[in-house]
Design a protein around this ligand. Structure first.
Ligand code: NAI
Ligand code: MG
Length: 491
């Protein structure tokens, strides 16, 4: 640690007395190919047009990827159909499990490389990609490998069968982890896959494609195509797809729902959120403040179940807000590859603009803005941890997803008011409740219209635990035995 040149009153007040020396993770041993084609039948095949993916922390181009048009998507779907009929459907569950375990172990072996590439391509701090994204991705493959030969016991009294070819479309906030959430249960249930990563974060899926190649999966069982919304739409509208699994914005979720209406395609949607962290006056306040910070500043707030609203009981609001101000001043914002960084880069310029727009809306609506006075890097897309007080439930910043490190603070007096306010958005994904009383935790949790409710913690994930939404946050569950259901016909 080194002492900064000057320490002033602000440093004394806000605790910024010491800065850490830089501790960047080295990217020397990481191989990112200059170009990736479509991954079909376990081979990378050339495309016609290519687009670039950049590092949002410094705007440097990392690689280019083939844009899949309807023809390329069709080739991927045909490969998946052939693999389904020829290899994957006839194979016993125990044999399928061996392949899925192999993927899990190879993710562990390549964990360091995957974490570094995830951080470079998407901007999230290395300590998160290293400690959260990559280990959880491996854990999902391990967990679902265990189900592959036990499907008959998962739903007693019924005979589950696979669906066929599934099309999966994922967002940019947890690229490898979302691929694992989607691919692992699909394969365990006996389906084959065509997956499209998000256009700003395709690279860890390309490394996963290499793992699938090395793991010697039968050709065509897992295929990757890259591109923008049009590529996603080509998957959704392909006549030989049996099921669509989508994670992303509510707007695109609605488009997909409309496009497949009346078809045989099954659908699961995991969409936006406007989660509330509810802090009662009997909560352990310092822990709760850590939970608030973890709930909204983790992964720059690029989390669909983020605790993007704080509902704090009125009599402790002043204390909690003072502690929160102090705490965000100590968050380290900057180089995502630095092991000390708490808040990394915003995923793209478009997302940064969206965040700025929503913050301007909050100010125009009359809420009071508080931001960490950290120094932001000159290059790349960064946004200082921010929160708003004086927010009312009708403000847009209390209703709409911001998907950035921006928290809206509201107050309440009674548990009933907290529940009513927490439920007062079109969404219902994640919520947190903080109280010393177990009975209060359970009562409030039961009344919240949210798929996930954490008690005295926030943003904890586990492959055995189902995850999914209520209302406009989508439907279907991922994780746990529930996560198998969308990939099976259970008769
Ligand atoms: P998006 O929903 O457009 O993108 C998600 C994925 O869907 C990407 O792979 C994209 O290429 C694909 N896609 C886009 N249009 C499509 C279409 N018509 N048919 C099929 N696939 C399509 O999300 P975007 O624009 O990146 O972010 C916009 C907002 O969405 C964010 O500000 C945030 O509020 C929210 N969001 C929510 C996420 C979540 O985890 N629930 C993840 C990403 C964004
Ligand atoms: Mg990128």
């Amino acid at each position: 640690m080194s002492k900064p040149e000057s320490s002033n009153v602000r440093d004394l007040l806000f605790g910024n007395l010491w800065d850490y020396s830089p501790a960047p993770e080295s990217a020397d041993h990481v191989t990112i190919k200059p170009r990736y084609g479509h991954f079909i039948n376990n081979k990378f095949v050339d495309g016609e047009n290519y687009f670039q993916t950049i590092n949002p922390a410094n705007e440097q181009v990392l690689s280019e990827l083939a844009t899949a048009d309807a023809k390329a998507v069709d080739a991927a779907v045909q490969a998946a159909r052939k693999a389904y009929d020829k290899y994957w459907r006839p194979m016993s569950g125990a044999e399928r499990a061996k392949y899925i375990y192999r993927i899990a172990r190879m993710i562990q072996e390549k964990a360091r490389e995957l974490a570094i590439v995830e951080t470079m391509d998407g901007g999230k701090p290395i300590k998160e990609s290293r400690d959260v994204d990559v280990p959880l991705a491996a854990a999902h493959f391990f967990y679902y490998a265990g189900w592959a030969d036990k499907l008959d016991y998962a739903f007693p009294g019924s005979k589950p069968t696979s669906l066929g070819v599934v099309g999966q479309i994922i967002p940019w906030n947890f690229p490898l982890l979302m691929a694992a959430w989607k691919i692992a249960p699909a394969l365990a249930a006996g389906n084959t896959v065509v997956l499209k990563p998000a256009e700003s974060t395709p690279l860890t899926c390309m490394l996963l494609a290499e793992i699938i190649q090395e793991a010697d999966l039968p050709p065509g069982v897992v295929n990757f195509v890259n591109g923008f919304g049009q590529t996603g739409a080509a998957i959704v509208n392909h006549p030989d797809i049996d099921k669509i699994a989508f994670t992303g914005s509510t707007d695109v979720g609605k488009i997909i729902q409309r496009s497949i209406a009346g078809s045989r395609k099954k659908l699961t949607l995991e969409l936006g959120g406007k989660g509330a962290n509810i802090i009662f006056d009997d909560a352990p306040i310092d822990q709760a403040v850590e939970g608030i910070v973890n709930g909204i500043y983790f992964n720059q707030g690029h989390v669909c179940c983020a605790g993007s609203r704080l509902l704090v009981q009125e009599n402790i609001a002043e204390t909690v807000i003072a502690k929160l101000k102090h705490r965000i001043a100590t968050l380290r914002v900057g180089d995502p590859l630095d092991k000390n960084t708490d808040v990394g880069a915003i995923n793209s310029r478009e997302q940064l603009n969206r965040i700025r727009e929503m913050v301007a809306v909050g100010e125009a609506e009359g809420a009071t803005k508080h931001e960490s006075r950290c120094v932001l890097p000159e290059k790349g897309f960064f946004f200082a941890p921010t929160f708003f007080t004086g927010v009312t439930p009708s403000h847009r910043i209390a209703q709409e997803e911001i998907f950035g490190p921006v928290l809206s603070v509201l107050t309440f007096r009674t548990p009933e008011e907290a529940i009513a306010k927490a439920n007062n958005t079109p969404y219902g994904l994640g919520c947190g409740v903080w109280s010393d009383k177990g009975s209060k935790l359970f009562k409030v949790a039961g009344a919240l219209q949210a798929g996930i409710v954490w008690g005295n913690t926030y943003n904890k994930f586990d492959p055995t635990s189902p995850f999914g939404g209520y209302k406009e946050s989508g439907f279907g569950r991922e994780g746990g035995v529930h996560g198998l259901l969308p990939y099976l016909e259970v008769r």
